[in-house]
Design a protein around this ligand. Structure first.
Ligand SMILES: *Cc1c(COP(=O)(O)O)cnc(C)c1O
Length: 365
């Protein structure tokens, strides 16, 4: 079969998600059909071939600037030699393995879990939190292991909210995903099922009418996707979000604050306003973890706090995500302190435009 290139974007098979999966780019020659690789990218592909191989869907590759290695789409997925310079990086910064009562079930809260249903994704983000497991056979989930996880959930009545993540649950076939949703729905204490999927961004054609018709049978379902940059808000991604929304699924977005990609108030504002136009609610923006090979993406938290402070008052409140640091003990909101304390019967707070507001607020008698 001929290998994918930019010209395929005009052919009908382009919108077939299984074609996109089969035609994924996995080597320098494939990448060269979409962009002119820079010297650093070529070196990195060679040097990282044994550590964290790259995989990119043709759809996402076609969003890359062919001539500019600093393109915000390109930097998310094409290896860089900077990945080799991260002395502080850890394989599992959230200590997920220690928080797993059974394989691939991560529990840090009493009432909800993250369930990594597979270790496969449409592509490999260079900052992937689960890069340690992506494509590694020991982390794949066999049917028997899925059954073990389901048994654990059945035996743990405190769990009311199950977040299906991975990998990516939408890499499953419709039939396999429906089996899993039906098994979870049959557990009385599981009130809520959430999907965490980047496919609306990296492979929007996965969101077919058939998938949505199936998902609709298993409500209440919520879905968080993962847009990081306004360039990703394409008509194809918009169509995927629209289909999911019409199936009654509330959509949220979880982004990662990435240096040189979305770490300015202007880009973040464009991203968040673009998301709400698609009826996707910005939910969390994560501080980039201390994850191996990602030092070049990290932003000092003070700058992140200041960035989100800049958005307050300057765009719709629901366009502003909560900036969070994830830790082995759960997520910690990071924000500029607006609380200035009590003065007698008043409290003093700082408003978005820098005013100090005094609000009468006597203590309870
Ligand atoms: C993020 C996360 C959740 C969900 O947290 P919410 O704040 O409810 O969105 C649950 N479990 C784990 C392990 C998580 O990392």
């Amino acid at each position: 079969m001929k290998r994918a290139d930019r010209s395929d974007a005009n052919r009908p098979h382009w919108r077939d998600w299984t074609w996109q999966m089969q035609q994924r780019i996995r080597d320098a020659d494939g990448l060269a059909r979409f962009v002119t690789p820079g010297a650093d990218e070529k070196d990195a592909i060679e040097l990282l071939s044994q550590r964290f191989r790259f995989v990119i869907t043709p759809y996402y590759a076609a969003l890359m600037d062919p001539d500019d290695p600093s393109c915000p789409v390109r930097r998310q997925v094409v290896p860089a030699t900077a990945e080799l310079q991260d002395a502080a990086g850890l394989a599992d910064p959230l200590d997920e393995v220690q928080h797993s009562p059974v394989k691939n079930v991560i529990r840090v809260y009493p009432d909800r879990i993250a369930f990594c249903v597979n270790n496969e994704c449409a592509l490999t983000c260079r900052f992937c939190l689960r890069k340690r497991m992506l494509g590694e056979p020991e982390w794949s989930m066999k049917r028997r292991e899925l059954e073990t996880a389901l048994d654990w959930i059945r035996r743990t009545p405190a769990i009311r909210d199950v977040l299906l993540t991975g990998g990516d649950p939408l890499v499953y076939s419709d039939a396999k995903l429906e089996w899993l949703l039906a098994e979870l729905r049959a557990i009385p204490h599981v009130e809520l099922i959430r999907l965490g999927s980047r496919l609306p961004v990296t492979l929007p054609f996965r969101v077919t009418d058939a998938l949505c018709a199936m998902l609709e049978r298993h409500h209440p379902l919520w879905l968080n996707t993962h847009f990081n940059h306004p360039k990703e808000l394409t008509p194809e991604a918009a169509e995927a979000c629209d289909k999911l929304t019409r199936a009654g699924i509330p959509l949220g977005n979880q982004s990662v604050l990435l240096r040189g990609i979305n770490d300015s108030p202007e880009v973040m504002k464009q991203l968040c306003e673009g998301l709400v136009r698609l009826r996707v609610r910005p939910y969390y923006c994560y501080q980039a973890q201390r994850l191996e090979g990602t030092a070049h993406f990290r932003v000092p938290m003070e700058r992140g706090i200041e960035l989100f402070r800049q958005l307050r008052g300057r765009t719709s409140g629901f366009a502003i995500p909560q900036y969070v640091l994830d830790t082995p003990h759960g997520k910690v909101p990071l924000s500029h302190a607006t609380w200035r304390g009590r003065e007698g019967d008043d409290v003093v707070v700082e408003t978005w435009d820098g005013h100090l507001w005094r609000e009468p607020n006597p203590l309870e008698p």
